[in-house]
Design a binder for this molecule. Structure first.
Ligand code: ZN
Length: 136
């Protein structure tokens, strides 16, 4: 019989991977915050040209964008951790709603490599493509 769930030890590995990624992201956010604040002090000191202000605003906007994108990712990673607890992690969402529609190679499981690469994935690559084309 085909495997329909990842084992406890595999889930533990995924959980660790997610926690590592979350750690990286909070470091990133921290780095972005400290660079933008040091940059603004530089701008204040050398504010001799008018266009500096615009550049700075642009930089700040960029960091905010980056931060909000990263916090979206954190939210998704937290959801992934919840799925690990629920025991639904790594199971293709398409197969959960209709197993016949899931064409993932190792249905209903999302490939391990994909989960390590994209820990917040909820569908296998095949089903994701099909969803994009509105075939599911
Ligand atoms: Zn699938």
């Amino acid at each position: 019989m085909a495997k329909t769930k990842y084992s406890k030890s595999e889930l533990a590995k995924f959980e660790k991977n997610i926690n590592d990624k979350m750690g990286d992201i909070s470091e990133n956010i921290h780095a972005v915050r400290s660079t933008s604040s040091s940059k603004s002090s530089v701008f204040l000191e050398n504010n001799t040209e008018d266009h500096n202000e615009g550049t700075e605003a642009h930089e700040v906007e960029k960091s905010f964008l980056l931060m909000s994108r990263e916090s979206d990712y954190i939210v998704n990673l937290k959801k992934a951790l919840q799925r690990i607890k629920d025991g639904t992690y790594g199971i293709c969402q398409v197969s959960q709603s209709d197993p016949r529609k899931c064409e993932c190679p190792n249905t209903p499981l999302i490939a391990k490599e994909r989960l390590l690469e994209v820990p917040n994935a909820t569908k296998g690559v095949f089903c994701k493509q099909k969803k994009k084309l509105n075939l599911v």
